[in-house]
Design a protein around this ligand. Structure first.
Ligand code: HEM
Length: 296
């Protein structure tokens, strides 16, 4: 991997992680957190939100010049208008970038300028638009006809379900703090039990769509570990299994003990942070192996 290619992997990692978190957090808070707590929780996670928005803006600004440096074979091409125009207008990476840049622009406008009432639902809408741009590149677009549409639809389902799971964990951390306050306890409890219900569905969808993705790309499971793509995909699956184990432990061991001991609440916070760290590793791995050849 040369320097511009490594830079693109880093940009994909940071931009994708930010878009997944923003999508999951905004979707969960707008649909599943009861009204009295909704704005409060959204406000409490503002550092995450602004960090994600900044990262998304930087990723959208940098992705095109770095792609131009990859196509042109040298860093100088990152600032060459003719190479930039050719990449933007004549390649599938360019189409994905145009979509990414437009979604990032509308997302920034929605999050920073529009009235508070519109901010939450439009943040969810435009961050979903950003995730859609992922389906316009990578191994999904190497097919044609119905197979292409099927693969892209599955990819979209995969990132929306995965993003919902990991992004919701950020407001969940804020809600866990509200359990300790009598005034907000009931609302937090309702939101957390809704997350638990919908979260089971999201995890099942991530697993099913991830499996379909794997079979569509490899024609089977990643068993040939001499190929870096299959090794890294296997590592990703191991990390996801660890995240699922943590989620099940949180839900079925710690949640029933919540009222009885303060240590259960602390352990639940630690378990949620563990899932978020796992999610960061997963997104890092996919940003990397998504650029490699899956088969010999
Ligand atoms: C926390 C759970 C997961 C998250 C957040 C996640 C996230 C992602 C993301 C962001 C992509 C990139 C999509 C793109 O660029 O088009 C992706 C692709 C993929 N994921 Fe996952 N994923 C998860 C679980 C899984 C699981 C369990 C499997 C396998 C059983 C899997 C298999 C794949 C495959 C094969 C790809 C395609 C990579 C390529 O284009 O070569 N994922 N995932």
């Amino acid at each position: 991997m040369n320097e511009p290619e490594a830079a693109l992997v880093a940009i994909r990692f940071a931009g994708n992680l930010a878009a997944l978190l923003l999508w999951g957090a905004s979707c969960f808070v707008s649909l599943l957190v009861p009204a009295p707590l909704r704005d409060r929780v959204w406000e409490e996670i503002r550092i995450w939100r602004f960090g994600s928005l900044l990262t998304i803006a930087a990723a959208a600004l940098l992705a095109l010049p770095v792609s131009a440096a990859i196509v042109g074979g040298r860093w100088l091409d990152a600032a060459d208008p003719s190479v930039l125009a050719a990449v933007a207008l004549e390649t599938s990476a360019g189409t994905a970038w145009l979509w990414q840049a437009a979604s990032a622009f509308f997302l920034l406008v929605a999050s920073l300028v529009l009235p508070a009432k519109l901010r939450l639902p439009l943040t969810a809408l435009f961050s979903a638009g950003l995730l859609l741009s992922l389906t316009l590149t990578g191994h999904a677009v190497m097919k044609a006809g119905a197979a292409l549409v099927l693969h892209q639809a599955n990819d979209l389902l995969h990132v929306l379900a995965g993003g919902f799971w990991i992004g919701a964990l950020v407001p969940v951390l804020a809600l866990l703090r509200h359990l300790a306050t009598p005034e907000t306890h009931d609302g937090a409890r309702v939101a957390l039990s809704r997350f638990s219900l919908v979260g089971h569905g999201a995890v099942a969808l991530v697993l099913a769509s991830g499996l379909v993705n794997t079979v569509l790309i490899l024609g089977g499971l990643p068993t040939d570990w001499s190929i870096p793509y299959q090794r890294l995909l296997s590592a990703k699956i191991v990390v996801v299994v660890m995240m699922i184990a943590a989620a099940l432990f949180n839900r079925y061991y710690l949640v029933p003990r919540l009222g009885r001991s303060g240590s259960a609440a602390r352990a639940l916070t630690a378990g949620t942070i563990f899932e978020l760290v796992g999610a960061t590793v997963v997104v890092g791995l996919v940003a990397w192996f998504g650029t490699l050849d899956p088969l010999p």
